[in-house]
Design a protein around this ligand. Structure first.
Ligand code: UDX
Length: 463
């Protein structure tokens, strides 16, 4: 039933995604969900990483100039680059967005219901509210991650903050394995961190995203109740705005066509020829990079494991190495591996030939792995990824984490643990299948996320 009419007037929902793949995908999935409920959709977007409007003929697209601002290329410090770019995008888009939103409000016959805006775009949510448009904040990470954001100032004050990269422990003055007692099950090493020079900027970014949520008319979050019950309960208790757990969005919304890179679909045919549950799928997402030496160790570990693999090896993943893979790797793995630069990941994970997922634990990838019922090998790189890996290994117990130096022998052993017969692989696979079933239940009729979507629709109509 079309739920978006109100006194005969069609309602329009505006969207403004943060221009990164891991943020664009859930925003478009949410737009698809609301469009299916009868809402008209307008997408404001930066020129950097602009979405392909031809994929969404029913939507209106409004480009907002961002001074051509793109993240600095080739900077090995992904946190510094990304945080700097988010600040710059907020600033550059503020005035042009105000102008374009004002003109849309003058023009549109329909009643604009609200703006759904990425929680990292505080300046743009302020603009919308200033023009009388209510905002809903979309958080594309986990509930646990946002809970960590809300606790961030307290954690800094209490001296939890460490400036070491996640895999380094020996030179740290802090015990990186110490529990964060305010935020179980995090350990110090699981907290988002930055270099000393970038810490203040990261703190500012986190504080602004909490403000964007608290000043909004509601938080939409891509998770589900059975996955993070305690973290969601805590946010619902403490935030002071309604919280809608509507994930996993990729399961509720039509297949994503919001990929910024061309997905190589030929790898699906390659998978067709592989034995059931035999293939390790490897992907480190859209932003992470790693030193060429680490990538070589990962490659030789995969080669040494003797297992079939499909590797989505994004250009730019290996810092300063071209070609990215070491000499001899192709010959050593001929006939049992496929390497593509970008894969149709959701379909790959759902393919019966795939039996394990080596992931950087970006939240979308983590959720996609959970839904596919796959055991995961975690190698978090930055931001929320260490916390996500902690939940995969310690809370849901559906994966193992590769910590410390990346070394081919360790990689080989971890792949065997994940994919091999007997324990721990059997237990990981059983729990992963069970968790996958919980995800399927929450998006079924009367499942918790479907109910949450209904509540969200009513909430939007009430704004
Ligand atoms: C970023 C941050 O890295 C992450 O920590 C945060 O949670 C979200 O923003 P990203 O690195 O892109 O995300 O990882 P992720 O959240 O996993 O999103 C990647 C998306 O790209 C997924 O939806 C995945 O399906 C898709 N993808 C990835 C492809 O379509 N093809 C690929 O080959 C690899």
């Amino acid at each position: 039933m079309d739920s978006s009419t109100d006194g005969g007037r069609r309602r329009r929902v505006l969207f403004f995604p943060l221009p990164y793949q891991g943020h664009i995908n859930p925003m478009f999935q949410l737009a698809g969900l609301l469009h299916a409920r009868g809402f008209a959709i307008t997408v404001f977007h930066t020129c950097f990483n602009a979405p392909d409007a031809s994929q969404y003929p029913a939507y209106e697209f409004v480009p907002v100039p961002d001074d051509g601002g793109a993240p600095a290329a080739g900077d090995p410090d992904t946190v510094r680059t990304t945080v700097g770019h988010i600040r710059a995008a907020n600033q550059a888009c503020e005035a042009p967005f105000r102008e374009r939103l004002a003109s849309l409000l003058e023009r549109r016959e329909e009643d604009v219901a609200c703006l759904v805006v990425d929680a990292h775009l505080l300046r743009l949510s302020d603009v919308a509210r200033g023009l009388g448009v209510p905002t809903l904040a979309l958080r594309t990470g986990s509930a646990a991650c946002f809970r960590c954001f809300t606790a961030f100032p307290e954690l800094c004050d209490k001296g939890y903050y460490n400036y070491q990269p996640p895999q380094v422990s020996s030179s740290s003055q802090l015990d990186l394995d110490a529990p964060v007692t305010e935020l179980p099950p995090y350990r110090v090493r699981d907290l988002p961190c930055a270099s000393p020079a970038t810490h203040g900027v990261l703190q500012d970014l986190i504080s602004r995203s909490v403000t964007a949520v608290k000043t909004s008319s509601g938080l939409i979050i891509n998770t589900f109740d059975a996955l993070e019950p305690d973290d969601l309960a805590s946010l619902r208790r403490d935030l002071g705005v309604p919280v809608f757990a509507v994930g996993p969005l990729h399961r509720l919304s039509p297949a994503a066509s919001s990929s910024l890179l061309r997905q190589d679909r030929a790898c699906l045919h390659w998978l067709d020829a592989q034995a059931p549950a035999s293939v390790l799928y490897v992907s480190f997402g859209s932003l992470a990079s790693m030193p060429a030496a680490d990538l070589a160790e990962a490659a030789w570990g995969i080669a040494g494991s003797g297992r079939p693999f499909l590797w989505a090896l994004r250009p730019g993943l290996a810092l300063g190495a071209s070609p990215a893979l070491p000499d001899g790797f192709e010959a050593a793995t001929r006939g049992r591996g496929a390497v593509v630069s970008w894969a149709p990941q959701e379909e790959v994970l759902a393919h019966p030939a795939v039996g394990g997922f080596w992931t950087h634990c970006g939240w979308n990838s983590t959720l996609e792995g959970v839904c596919a019922g796959l055991p995961m090998l975690c190698r978090p790189c930055f931001g929320d990824q260490m916390g996500n890996a902690r939940y995969v290994e310690h809370v849901w117990r559906v994966g193992v984490t590769l910590e410390g130096e990346l070394e081919r022998g360790k990689v080989e052993t971890a792949i065997s643990a994940l994919m091999g017969a007997g324990e721990p692989g059997d237990g990981l696979r059983r729990r992963a299948r069970e968790l996958g079933s919980r995800a399927a239940e929450c998006v079924a009729v009367a499942g918790s996320s479907c109910i949450s979507v209904d509540k969200l629709v009513h909430h939007i109509l009430s704004l």
